[in-house]
Design a protein around this ligand. Structure first.
Ligand SMILES: [Zn+2]
Length: 1188
């Protein structure tokens, strides 16, 4: 804001207009009629002649569409009028008629003269007009033009301050009160002038000190009561604008609350609601009330995550060290905005952040050419990288142990001959010498699928693990067998019952926390609501559909979150003895085998058992267990109903006005050991989030059917709240529940533009419809009254939180439903899918699964290699096999971007498919894939970070092997490849995008960056291949969700440590991309108007593969190190289009600044509304330029 205002000052105070000519010059030949009149006026010495000329001028300027006024201004007319005004004011007594006419004319020309305010101030006219008003309060005829002029003066902020000093504010209050319907025109103008004066903070302060807030409120009530026919909306609006401006300062907000402003505006607005024409009043009232609503801290003991993970070391000065060194009370919130009233910057506090965003926008383009040029110096000695050789067996494979069949062979090779199960002895036969790009032949190749050390490595290794993923499913264990259920109260039974599924690992955990070694606990058979527990049997028996929550795992040592040693089970009020047998409820598992070939509930549970979470979850969410079948129906973007946000905000405000209506009952709380807290009396919903990827920290029943939900921060962090995934049960049918997630952080969300939350109903699932569906009505996203101190925010901007609200009526009694931000995709799901991928292997497919490394949390990060087996063992074929270009893909570095995993699933399934396209693709490339770069974040329900509390996609420049192992080793793989001259042809990291529609790509281009940053001088010298545009161009042609217009190839400073930029710059991969998929939906192409689903996301993943095949055909296949020029021939990009197209520049790779103005008055039909926000117009412009 300061910047903007100072620029305006600059413009108004110092810009140079043509010098105003003297009278003599004007009288000379060639002068226009206007010049003649002005010269006469200036030289006129008697009142009557001056008046005559003024009459003429008034006549002249009243005709036409303002062109004459412009001429008048440009010829220096305003200055002459001020001169006469000053001169006339010195007469005693001044001629009232002259004053009247002068002000009438000034009122006419003022709005057309950019420098009117400055001219008035410098000439001394402000004082003249004010004292004239003061002396003529009863002289309506004179008062009106003077007020008009004053209104124009006041629109200049410096003038407003000067006028304040000569008691202009107090003067206006004399005119606007007390209530009277006489002279409403006058009143309206005075209110406008007052509103403008009050934009100055010192004036606002003056008004507060004078007790005028109460005066304004009482006047507003008078008008509200008496203007029954709504004839004076503008006056009522004028009063509100004054209140709005006063409440920009903290003292003003306090005075408003003290004067009972909340109740007054709430009641009057409620009465205005039915009349649509009164919307401007309701909207402005709502804005004022929201601003004045006392800021509060979140209802949490601390904003730090409910879970903490002990890092191997905490770098001093890093985010985690900072987090845990916060002074006590840092979370406390004070309303500290606008304390600095000296600064007359007069910002509109509501929009500070947006201003900064916009300012940053231009700032973020990398302009340092040294940072744009490739930096390929290998920082690490090859000796160190050599260990990564083991992940590239295919580059030296000689296949002598194989019986290879050509792709056309129908005789399928036994699985045992596939590379993954190749035994070391089979390898030892005489090697065939095959030329290879690799510098040294590998010696002592580790067996790719050596099993067995899944559990051996503890601690955090800095070297890549040579072990392979354990993919063969363990011997089947019936996961939900009630025989394994024992009540927690009986400790002996517990130990007896705990049957470790996984040897050493479990034993180790038992030693760590013996008390929690409960095999499995269940609630008693019949709860108050009559629900029965889950049982899975061989065949569905009857239609009983009572579902028990939670779904627990057998045989896993468990620890309930937040329990200071207490085990879970004690929480549910499960006192009654319940032995196995009994009348076990029946859970029908939907038969999804046909629909979901890569899903297997039993296998899923096996995978969960090997997944290490920080809270040591022992429950499985039904949706992950049953699986998700994409619905066949389309899910359009939700149309926003008129007035939704407003009515939600009014409900929020009512909490302050009618505090007795608020229950404020905590029904779920991770910070309290025996969570959930509710002794179920059927009065409250039950919540749960204690399963993989779950995120819900607290649930508070605010009203009977309304819940405030608080999300948990990422582990070792105190923010990044966005992802949610939780379970709800105990619902009633036929009522509408309102849910508010109250600690969102983004300043805007696609929830305001058609996106719905996802819900999974277990009743629906067991009725044969196991799917996540877009659901919820009355969805909106807006700034609320919860805030955090800027220290707690780590110096970040953004003190307020945002509410995502949605309403929901459930269709089934005794249902267990899940809500999620987006389609969940857990790490265990990934492991299950990877295991099932093995089933898709054919003799022609080379598929290898390695463990890249162990994560901080003790999980194995998988690495896949997919290509085609060589056609034969001939040197030529093996040469071709080894020398295929590499494609390097990764996904899910950001846990909350689950859509990236669905896209990756589509890619993997396509690559393993039987289509000829897939076969050609495998023959063309070697695929190296890290499908989940941040397993720990995914498992623990983080939104953005890993366990180190850091965004892993900001660590690529200098990843720490201990703290960022997956990034460190992935980067090492790439460095290794670069070193052996086999850098990948394409690198792509899959992401999700929360604030834009469609799927699009970010790439890196030196030239486009330079163009955007306007360093035009050097750009002509830059040489750059346009090949980076080929792949996104192809995608925009073949993938319906993909939008080239949203793609960008600019390198931003804030992105210098992302995968895309580092792989481009340090590894030298020209085609290095981030592919962003919307979380919401599309606004172009075949899916325009629809929300995106897993089917479309998986299709995107498959289309990405098809595009790679087309890329191969386009660039030819002579030698993948050379010959890229072909790209340029095929897809010529006219440079001009690129540089002039603003859509090629989008600020942030991951979450670009969303330029849509925050939707406070989204439903406003308010024609005379001043923009609440200086930027509104600009934002709108930008909006038009951006795809969204
Ligand atoms: Zn991302």
């Amino acid at each position: 804001m300061e910047y903007r205002y100072s620029r305006r000052y600059y413009r108004s105070e110092f810009s140079v207009d043509p010098p105003e000519k003297s009278g003599r010059e004007i009288m000379s030949k060639g002068s226009s009629g206007m010049e003649v009149i002005l010269a006469s006026l200036e030289n006129c010495r008697d009142v009557q002649t001056t008046l005559n000329i003024l009459y003429i001028l008034t006549e002249l300027l009243s005709v036409g569409r303002g062109h004459r006024v412009e001429v008048f201004v440009s010829k220096g007319g305003t200055g002459i009028l001020f001169q006469i005004l000053i001169a006339a004011s010195k007469e005693s007594p001044p001629s009232m008629e002259l004053m009247l006419h002068l002000h009438s004319l000034l009122a006419k020309v003022g709005p057309k003269d950019r420098r009117f305010g400055m001219k008035a101030r410098l000439s001394g006219a402000l004082n003249v007009t004010v004292s004239l008003i003061r002396q003529n309060l009863q002289n309506t005829k004179l008062l009106l033009p003077c007020l008009h002029v004053l209104r124009v003066y006041s629109s200049n902020l410096v003038n407003a301050m000067s006028l304040g000093k000569i008691e202009g504010v107090e003067l206006m209050f004399k005119i606007i009160g007390p209530y009277s319907k006489k002279n409403t025109t006058l009143l309206k103008v005075a209110l406008d002038a007052l509103g403008a004066l009050l934009k100055s903070k010192t004036n606002a302060r003056r008004a507060v000190d004078g007790g005028y807030v109460a005066v304004l409120l009482s006047l507003y009530q008078d008008w509200h009561r008496n203007d029954t026919r709504c004839r004076h909306i503008l006056i009522r609006k004028g009063l509100l604008v004054c209140l709005r401006n006063i409440t920009n300062i903290k003292l003003g907000r306090k005075a408003f609350i003290d004067a009972d402003g909340m109740r007054i505006l709430h009641n009057s607005s409620t009465e205005c609601l039915p009349v649509r024409t009164l919307d401007p009043l309701v909207n402005t009232s709502s804005l004022i009330m929201r601003k004045c609503f006392p800021k509060n801290r979140l209802p949490l003991p601390t904003m730090k995550s409910a879970f903490q993970f002990q890092l191997p070391h905490i770098p001093a000065g890093g985010p985690v060290a900072q987090l845990y060194s916060h002074p006590p009370g840092v979370d406390d919130v004070v309303d500290d905005s606008d304390d600095n009233e000296e600064a007359e910057a007069d910002t509109d506090t509501e929009n500070d952040e947006d201003e900064k965003d916009n300012y940053m926008l231009n700032d973020d383009i990398e302009t340092d050419l040294n940072k744009l040029y490739p930096k390929r110096s290998l920082c690490r000695p090859f000796e160190e990288l050599k260990v990564y050789e083991r992940f590239f067996l295919e580059l030296s494979e000689d296949f002598q142990g194989y019986t290879l069949k050509g792709p056309k062979s129908t005789n399928s090779m036994p699985l045992s001959a596939s590379p993954s199960s190749l035994s070391a002895s089979a390898r030892s036969s005489r090697p065939v010498t095959v030329p290879t790009a690799q510098t040294q032949p590998p010696n002592d190749i580790p067996t790719p699928r050596s099993q067995g050390d899944c559990n051996s490595t503890k601690g955090h290794e800095t070297r890549p693990s040579s072990s392979a993923l354990k993919l063969t499913p363990s011997p089947p264990v019936t996961p939900l067998d009630l025989d394994n259920i024992h009540l927690s109260k009986d400790k002996d039974k517990k130990e007896e019952a705990s049957s470790p599924p996984d040897g050493d690992k479990v034993i180790e955990k038992e030693l760590v926390s013996p008390f929690e070694c409960v095999s499995l606990e269940e609630k008693e058979d019949l709860n108050a609501d009559g629900s029965e527990r889950v049982r899975r049997e061989g065949s569905p028996i009857n239609a009983t559909r009572h579902i028990q929550s939670p779904l627990l795992l057998g045989g896993i040592p468990t620890l309930r979150v937040g329990s200071g040693g207490s085990n879970f089970g004690s929480d549910c009020g499960s006192e009654g003895a319940d032995e196995e047998g009994g009348e076990g409820a029946v859970l029908e598992v939907p038969d999804t085998a046909r629909l979901l070939p890569l899903h297997n509930p039993d296998l899923y549970v096996e995978m969960v058992k090997e997944t290490c979470s920080v809270p040591r979850y022992a429950e499985v969410a039904y949706p992950d267990y049953f699986g998700h079948v994409a619905p066949t129906f389309k899910e359009p973007l939700l149309e926003r109903l008129y007035g939704v946000q407003r009515s939600k905000i009014f409900q929020d405000i009512e909490r302050l006005i009618h505090p007795n209506d608020i229950l404020d009952k905590v029904v779920y709380d991770l910070d309290i050991p025996n969570c959930p807290l509710v002794k179920d009396e059927g009065e409250s919903l039950k919540f749960n989030s204690q399963f993989e990827s779950g995120n819900l920290r607290k649930a508070i029943q605010a009203r009977k059917y309304e819940y405030d939900l608080v999300l948990n921060a990422d582990i070792n962090s105190n923010h990044y709240h966005q992802w949610f995934y939780f379970e709800v049960s105990g619902m009633r049918v036929g009522v509408t529940y309102r849910f508010n997630i109250i600690n969102c952080e983004k300043s805007n969300s696609q929830f305001n533009y058609g996106m719905q939350v996802l819900m999974y109903s277990v009743q629906e699932a067991i009725s044969g419809r196991p799917c996540w569906v877009r659901t919820g009505t009355d969805i909106c996203y807006y700034k609320n009254y919860f805030a955090r101190s800027s220290i707690a925010a780590g110096g970040q901007k953004g003190k307020s939180y945002y509410t995502l609200t949605f309403s929901m009526s459930f269709s089934h009694k005794d249902d267990v439903c899940y809500f999620a931000y987006h389609y969940p995709y857990t790490f265990s799901t990934l492991k299950m899918h990877l295991s099932k991928l093995e089933d898709l292997r054919t003799p022609q497919i080379y598929l290898r699964q390695d463990v890249l490394c162990e994560t901080l949390g003790g999980n194995h990060c998988p690495l896949l290699t997919i290509t085609a087996m060589p056609e034969s063992k001939s040197s030529n074929h093996i040469y071709q096999f080894r020398n295929r270009p590499l494609i390097f893909l990764s996904a899910r570095v950001h846990p909350g971007e689950t859509n990236a995993s669905w896209v990756m699933k589509g890619t993997l399934e396509f690559l393993m498919g039987t289509s000829t396209l897939a076969a050609s693709l495998r023959e063309a490339y070697i695929f190296k894939i890290v499908p989940m770069l941040n397993p720990d974040g995914v498992i623990n329900g983080n939104h953005r970070c890993s366990l180190s509390g850091e965004d892993l996609n900001r660590q690529w420049q200098n990843p720490n092997p201990e703290l960022h192992p997956t990034i460190y080793h992935t980067k090492s793989l790439l460095q290794y490849l670069a070193h052996i001259q086999r850098a990948p042809l394409v690198f792509c990291d899959y992401h999700g995008h929360s604030r834009k529609k469609n799927v699009f790509m970010y790439g890196c281009s030196l030239k486009e960056t330079v163009w955007q940053s306007n360093i035009s001088a050097t750009s002509s010298d830059l040489q750059e291949d346009l090949g980076y545009r080929t792949l996104p161009k192809i995608l925009s042609e073949i993938a319906p969700a993909f939008s080239m217009a949203s793609s960008s190839f600019v390198v931003e400073r804030s992105k210098e440590s992302t995968a895309r930029v580092v792989v481009w710059r340090e590894i030298g991969v020209q085609r290095s991309y981030t592919m962003e998929s919307t979380l919401c939906g599309c606004d172009q192409g075949k899916y325009k108007g629809f929300q995106i689903g897993t089917r479309e996301l998986e299709e995107m993943g498959a289309q990405f593969c098809v595009a790679l095949l087309r890329l191969k055909r386009l660039i030819g296949f002579r030698n993948h190190q050379h010959g890229w020029d072909l790209d340029n021939d095929v897809i010529a990009i006219p440079a001009k289009t690129v540089s002039s197209s603003p859509s090629t520049y989008v600020m942030e790779e991951d979450e670009p600044s969303f330029l849509e103005a925050i939707d406070y008055s989204a439903e406003s039909n308010d024609e005379d509304a001043e923009p609440e926000n200086e930027l509104a117009d600009e934002a709108q412009e930008n909006l038009d330029q951006l795809s969204d």
